[in-house]
Design a protein around this ligand. Structure first.
Ligand SMILES: Cc1ncc(C[n+]2csc(CCOP(=O)(O)OP(=O)(O)O)c2C)c(N)n1
Ligand SMILES: [Mg+2]
Length: 183
């Protein structure tokens, strides 16, 4: 399946978790399939979704779902080590792995060779999941039942959906999200 289908299927199974989404098309697609005041679309800072999600998980008790990309995770791989050792029980890190920098034209990453789930397990993640490209329906129940930090590897086909840019300024996205957190 392509990234947008994985986002659609996973978000359908979420309730009111906080969501941090990776830069570029993943955020555009998530906004298109489902928008919420509980979504933070991270525009600009490639690699930082996992770190932002981690900080947020440590700072409060609600469950945090991070949608990251293979290229972005590999740009900030140290984040995995910090997350694992700090052990936030309310953090789920989902890596939508299309083996490329999809948002900038599908340039290959090393994810076709480097197995990111094995990397997470090597770092020490106890709860990891894989949904391979052949999976047609993502059952997210076991993930949501697992104690965090959880690492979820979703292999997706390259391809960006034809969806428009998010019609909000970054400041607006940030303020909307922060106001929601203060509730
Ligand atoms: C530090 C930095 N380098 C490069 C970019 C340009 N850039 C934006 S998104 C992106 C690709 C992200 O790839 P990945 O995390 O795998 O997500 P995908 O788009 O494939 O879902 C790149 C290279 C950036 N925003 N910041
Ligand atoms: Mg990618």
């Amino acid at each position: 399946m392509e990234r947008i289908k994985a986002l659609k299927q996973i978000t359908k199974q979420l309730k009111d978790e906080l969501v941090i989404c990776n830069i570029g098309f993943p955020s555009r697609e998530l906004y298109h399939v489902k928008d919420s005041f509980k979504h933070f679309y991270m525009l600009g800072s490639m690699g930082m979704a996992s770190s932002i999600g981690f900080g947020l998980a440590m700072a409060q008790e609600q469950k945090v779902i991070v949608f990251d990309g293979d290229g972005s995770l590999m740009m900030n791989l140290g984040s995995l080590i910090t997350i694992c050792n700090q052990n936030p029980s309310n953090l789920v890190l989902v890596v939508l792995d299309n083996e490329c920098y999809g948002s900038t034209g599908n340039q290959c990453t090393y994810a076709s060779v480097t197995d990111l789930k094995k990397v997470a397990e090597g770092v020490g993640f106890q709860n990891t999941f894989i949904y391979t490209e052949s999976v047609d329906k993502i059952d997210f129940t076991p993930v949501l039942k697992s104690q965090g930090p959880v690492f979820v590897h979703v292999k997706v086909k390259p391809g960006n959906a034809n969806v428009p840019v998010i019609p909000m300024e970054p400041e607006e996205i940030k303020e909307r999200f922060m106001n929601e957190l203060k509730k």
